[in-house]
Design a protein. Sequence first.
Length: 431
Amino acid sequence: MKHVYIEHLQDHIGETVTIKGWVFHRRSSGKLKFIEVRDGTGIVQCVIFKGNVPEEQFQSADNVSLESSVIIEGSVREDKRAPGGCEIDVQTFHVHHHAEDYPITPKEHGEDFLLDRRHLWIRSKRQNAILRVRHTIVKAIRDFFDERGFVLFDAPILTPNAVEGTSTLFETSYFDLGSAYLTQSGQLYGEAGALALGKIYVFGPTFRAEKSKTRRHLTEFWMVEPEMAWYDLNDDMDLAEEFIEYVVQTTLDKRSGELEVLERDLSKLECIQRPFPRISYDEAVAILHKHGKEFDYGNDFGAPDETLISGQFDRPVIVHRYPAEVKAFYMKRDPEDETKALAMDMLAPEGYGEIIGGSQREDDYDTLVRRIREHNLPQDVFEWYLDLRRYGSVPHSGFGLGLERTVAWICKLDHIRETIPFPRTIKRKNP
Ligand code: 4AD
Ligand code: MG
């Protein structure tokens, strides 16, 4: 008999098929048993009528425990009221493995209880929907760059130096060569890639020993980082805007069912269309002051500041030209105001804060050497990076999008830890 995945049952109405999955829910009424089976692609109700199956199979359907694995043969019957539009009239019911008492029940569980059982929790409807949305976002990200002539460029995970400040480095000992650090960002390598290949994107895991225990921070997260030769800050912002529109609209298109499971208000995503508002750091500070928020000019924005600023808009807002002091050493200064960096952050609506950080890069050799010294960074490990300014330097720009923050925003989740199969935070490295 043909094994059919639940998501494809609609194409087999009237046929007899085999489904393989796990018992999700069951109830019975006399001669009828109703077993909801999930197989990862969907959930379908299987109806077992006492006269239609051998007696011992009817009994085993009575005793089967939640999350037991089962193989079921039956005919597919259209039922408009059923979740997937059809039901299965069972002809044979086989329990492949009897599950022990399943620890996750419909009653409320604490976050820690569920996170300790993350390997099982991902079987639930909501978590399943989130992971499918994540998959589609990743695919949309790749398609966007692949369709526009970008080359995938893999940066190393073990690196000899910091990129985004030394306070969040994970250090490990590296044979006779001293310390190595888990990468905080593939950007510096991406710059080498852009000067070799024109337009590239790095897409991989990145690591930050974040001491902060917020709903926006993981210690291990995925970042996609396009880097483009000959792009200035404006080109960079244009690309970021087109990119986010594409990712959100593609996800809406492909995953409306999952977003419905998550009870997402789709109208809040439908309006994510270009152009996005763009404001300078100075204008952003004016918004804070206008709303009576205490904020010292020159500081970086905290999460509450970002929420207030982005709350003024119904789509992501780009904030550009930050004080150079609060930004990284590699950012080019604004020739019209040397105190400002040609930096940009994109803040997501609905309080999700910064999803993108990017900039035009310093492309002048002498200036970059000065910045490395000002930041007390060891020049010797950056010699290769300085070569990019020795041999055919060009203006270039790029940005990094945090995948998990994007998933959290699109799914409207309370906490970033549900966006990744096995989250790593300051308080958790298991399972
Ligand atoms: O703003 P960040 O630190 O920028 C960079 O790393 C640049 N080198 C990127 C580039 O220009 N190529 O980080 C970029 C994004 C943030 O906007 C945020 O979305 C995400 O990465 N991010 C985190 N996500 C989850 N947990 C953390 N601890 C994160 N830190 C940054
Ligand atoms: Mg940033």
